[in-house]
Design a protein around this ligand. Structure first.
Ligand code: C5P
Length: 318
């Protein structure tokens, strides 16, 4: 137990591959989800308090729910319950830089950050395996926010195998105005599959598999090879992200964003997770700056952020 406050830094993610299987009876989709942590971060600060209190700062603060549905608040309650603590006495402050409802696991990052911050504040010393299990109960992407770097997620995305990454990749993230709801994007994916006559359930959709070429490109740190895989590894439609067609169907203007980024010299562009953020892989730091400037100029996004990957998972700041 510490008397002061503790701060945890947590990265955003991009799914370099999101292969979506059929709708399972439990309402989730089986995935082959290749997560890559990137250098946009939220910071979660935990300070002793009499009861659970939540505040949020950052440009998108107004879009973050402050009620009991907030994933960081749920994480604090879950950790307290796990250790039989009567009530989670903590003030959590979320300094948000990750786009809200942007397909970059911002809410999941806050949940993983809150778990690690409360664990340090309360001195509960939860073993890593137990933290990962708590993460999985909070959401499919939360275990990866704890782990960071790169990993293959199976099941609904929560069963992680770390992946080797052989170099630095340079990205630009085009942040949209307003978010997209993840369940709605999955529902649209199912609707498009049903409309195409292929069916949307587990028996109709092939088991999702990671692309060997994409995993090799990551392992080799080869941007050109990764760009080729981002544009071809999917089930169709020229993207390794099977949710891309659904995000574009719900937000057709994202096609303009993708076009603007590739016209500006990105090696490849794709929707990040369930969107609406678009991710662009570039050839280096200077190229990323140039693509970000062109995207900002294009008027097809709210802001464009250059950054690199991989990035460490949830980290306690000194
Ligand atoms: O696990 P999480 O709470 O992040 O999931 C949010 C929603 O996204 C789920 O309720 C479900 O509708 C959808 N989802 C899915 N298949 C997954 C992960 C999420 O259908 N593998």
């Amino acid at each position: 137990m510490t008397d002061g406050s503790v701060t945890v830094r947590v990265p955003a993610k991009v799914n370099v591959q999101l292969a979506v299987g059929g709708l399972r009876p439990d309402g989730f989709h089986g995935l082959a989800n290749v997560f890559l942590a990137v250098g946009l971060h939220d910071e979660v600060t935990a300070t002793p308090a009499d009861s659970l209190r939540l505040t949020v700062g950052g440009p998108d603060a107004a879009a973050v729910p402050l009620d009991g549905t907030n994933l960081a608040a749920r994480a604090a309650r879950a950790l307290a319950a796990h250790h039989g603590l009567a009530a989670p006495g903590v003030h959590l402050h979320l300094a948000k830089d990750i786009p809200v409802a942007g397909g970059m696991a911002g809410g999941s990052a806050d949940a993983a950050g809150a778990l690690v911050a409360c664990d340090a504040l309360w001195g509960t010393r939860t073993p890593r395996a137990e933290l990962l299990a708590l993460c999985a109960e909070l959401g499919s992407d939360v275990p990866f926010s704890l782990l960071g770097e790169a990993a293959l997620g199976r099941g609904r995305g929560e069963l992680l195998t770390p992946l080797p990454v052989g170099g630095t990749f340079h990205w630009v993230f085009a942040v949209a105005d307003g978010g997209l709801s993840t369940p709605e994007v999955y529902r649209e994916c199912d609707r498009l599959r049903a409309a195409a006559g292929t069916g949307a359930t587990v028996d109709a959709v092939p088991e999702p598999e990671p692309s060997p070429a994409l995993l090799a490109a990551l392992r080799d740190g080869d941007s050109a090879a990764l760009a080729a895989a981002l544009s071809s590894a999917g089930a169709g439609g020229g993207s390794s992200n099977d949710l891309q067609a659904a995000a574009l169907s719900l937000r057709p203007s994202l096609a303009d964003t993708l076009e603007a980024g590739t016209a500006a010299g990105a090696l490849a562009g794709l929707v990040s997770g369930s969107g609406p953020t678009c991710a662009f892989l570039t050839g280096g730091a200077a190229e990323a700056e140039a693509v970000a400037a062109a995207l900002a100029e294009s008027g097809t996004c709210r802001t464009a952020r250059p950054t690199t990957s991989p990035a460490p998972g949830a980290t306690l700041l000194p």
